[in-house]
Design a protein around this ligand. Structure first.
Ligand SMILES: NC(=O)C1=CN([C@@H]2O[C@H](COP(=O)(O)OP(=O)(O)OC[C@H]3O[C@@H](n4cnc5c(N)ncnc54)[C@H](OP(=O)(O)O)[C@@H]3O)[C@@H](O)[C@H]2O)C=CC1
Ligand SMILES: O=C(O)CCC(=O)C(=O)O
Length: 527
């Protein structure tokens, strides 16, 4: 499939009239062909107009048709073949195995949402039948279902060019909910974005859906994204990226005459707490495993373990020695973009020159665009006194905070901002300590895990990839897993509508065979 550098607006592929730019080969910094052209305000307008036009038809597609469409998107992505992986490797610098795995996750995610749609449970159908004889007042017939919110703007992430990008989790969950999507390609991987965008476009056509169900816009700056969020036809936004970018979009969305929700997944340092019995029994093993998680994908995961908390002593020393030894042998790896590499180097330099911070280990030095792993340590007092030490350094850098006792660990956790994940390394003898920390962790993070690291989010029904601000803009939800569909739904109540006018989900005969709540009780179809 040739990459043309065009915007995909509904069924059309059209060269933008804006600034031209090229993708950059992550490993070399060289430009890649072809030239892309940014969308113009007229392109944004047309993509949004088509999305709005498609909305009422698309949101009322049958559950089976919508599920088949999601499966068709998955098949079309696989149908691109190796060309997708090769282009993505060049643009992102990520290795083949990782990208093949990420493609599997992307396709699996679309198929999972197809299952969610077929099941129909997301409609949350509820029926409170009329009680005409009720005294002192009769009760009306009340029925509720969830409907799609409207067209959604999706911003592709730089660090997951497939699973969090054009047809990633935000797009899959929005399409599953019944929302058309206008995606903004990340300029770090425009060719990958176009290939995936064309696959979605082909699936829209194959399934006979209105063309406005999907559009893809290119830009190497912020004007297209700003125009998209400001467009009155856009009803919600999905974003993964920096705190600065996410907050700017939240502000733009809040400043509209009709404000809309922005679901932004932003910064996180993902505290890892090493509890005493586990440290003593296997501190060195944990240290080696930690070095692997820290350097996965050159550390470019928002779930990267950026903060280690433990009580000082021989166990922690063993952890630090093993982690440092492992890290010093780890090759530097190409980072996603020169800008991300530069930001990483600046973050590491700030830690290296902070008088309260000791450098414990550096990985092997690498080439121009390669990130060199780094491990630092400080005391709990210094950490609590300097808020810059709690800022995310995006890449393979982490900070060990030496604490006096469990109460100090708790005090540090209390001071942290919202996080995506927290990990506890524990043995049975640590259960009381863990029990004391769990209430703090529940308040601070979206996912608590034991004897592991947060990198590598499982796509499933019980996953929360979210957390209180600034991990995300809205800690009540998730950007990964089936619950993500609820970001793009809202409830509507129908009072005393004749059966003929009710949506299928709420008709007396229950033609969709849904589990429904009748007077608050779950009722099986046919019961
Ligand atoms: N926590 C996480 O999950 C991640 C964090 N990051 C952090 O973000 C830094 C930069 O990486 P990057 O991926 O480019 O993230 P950004 O947040 O800078 O960009 C993400 C997307 O949002 C757009 N965008 C950014 N700011 C605005 C704005 N004010 N208005 C409209 N659109 C905007 C960008 O457009 P354009 O690029 O065209 O300007 C891009 O398409 C990294 O160094 C890292 O610190 C990155 C990836 C994931
Ligand atoms: O760890 C993962 O699998 C996902 C991480 C993520 O969401 C991110 O880095 O943006």
């Amino acid at each position: 499939m040739p990459i043309t550098g065009e915007n995909l607006i509904g069924a059309a592929a059209r060269r933008g009239g804006g600034e031209t730019f090229r993708a950059v080969e992550a490993a070399t910094g060289n430009s890649l062909e072809p030239a892309f052209a940014a969308a113009t305000p007229a392109d944004v307008d047309q993509a949004c107009a088509l999305a709005a036009e498609a909305f009422d038809t698309y949101r009322e597609t049958s559950l089976e048709d919508r599920a088949r469409f999601l499966e068709a998107v998955a098949e079309a992505i696989l149908g691109i073949g190796d060309e997708l992986i090769v282009r993505c490797m060049a643009e992102s610098g990520l290795p083949r195995a990782r990208l093949e795995g990420e493609r599997g996750r992307t396709v699996g995610q679309l198929k999972m949402f197809a299952g969610v749609v077929r099941d129909g449970g997301f409609l949350e159908a509820r029926v409170d039948p009329a009680q005409p004889e009720r005294k002192p007042l009769p009760r009306p017939d009340l029925r509720l279902r969830q409907i799609a919110v409207g067209p959604v703007a999706v911003f592709g992430a730089s660090n997951f060019p497939l699973a969090f990008s054009v047809a990633g989790g935000d797009t899959a969950s929005a399409l599953a909910a019944g929302c058309p999507v206008v995606a903004k390609a990340h300029p770090a991987h425009p060719g990958t974005s176009e290939l995936v965008g064309r696959a979605v476009q082909a699936a829209v056509k194959q399934c006979g859906l209105p063309e406005g169900v999907f559009s893809l816009l290119m830009d190497a700056g912020i004007s297209v994204g700003q125009a998209l969020v400001a467009d009155p036809r856009i009803a919600a936004v999905g974003f993964t990226g920096s705190r600065r970018g996410g907050v700017a979009l939240m502000q733009a969305a809040a400043a509209r005459p009709v404000p809309i929700p922005v679901y932004a997944e932003m910064s996180s340092i993902n505290p890892v707490v090493l509890l005493p019995a586990a440290l003593e029994a296997r501190g060195r093993d944990i240290g080696r495993a930690f070095a692997g998680s820290l350097t996965l994908g050159s550390g470019q995961f928002c779930t990267n373990p950026g903060l280690i908390l433990a009580v000082e002593g021989a166990g922690l020393d063993g952890f630090v020695e093993a982690a440092s030894a492992a890290l010093t042998e780890i090759q530097a790896a190409t980072m996603l973009t020169p800008g991300i590499h530069k930001a990483y180097c600046a973050g590491v330099a700030a830690l290296e020159t902070n008088p309260a911070v000791t450098t414990l280990a550096r990985g092997l030095a690498g080439g121009t665009h390669q990130g060199q792993a780094a491990l630092f340590s400080t005391t709990a007092d210094a950490f609590l006194a300097d808020h810059t030490l709690a800022e995310e350094v995006f890449g393979a850098a982490s900070l060990v905070v030496r604490c006096r006792d469990l109460a100090t660990i708790k005090a540090v956790l209390e001071r942290l901002e919202g996080q995506l994940t927290a990990a506890l390394h524990l043995d049975e003898a640590d259960h009381d300590a863990a029990r004391a920390l769990l209430p703090v962790l529940e308040r601070r993070v979206g996912r608590i895990l034991v004897n592991g690291f947060g990198t590598g989010v499982e796509v499933g029904h019980a996953m929360v990839h979210g957390g209180p601000y600034p991990a995300t803009s809205d800690g009540r939800t998730t950007s990964v897993g089936s619950l993500a569909i609820h970001r793009f739904l809202r409830p509507v109540s129908y009072q005393d509508l004749p059966d003929a006018l009710l949506p299928a989900a709420l008709k007396d005969a229950n033609p969709l065979k849904l589990w429904r709540r009748q007077d608050g009780k779950a009722v099986a179809p046919g019961a």
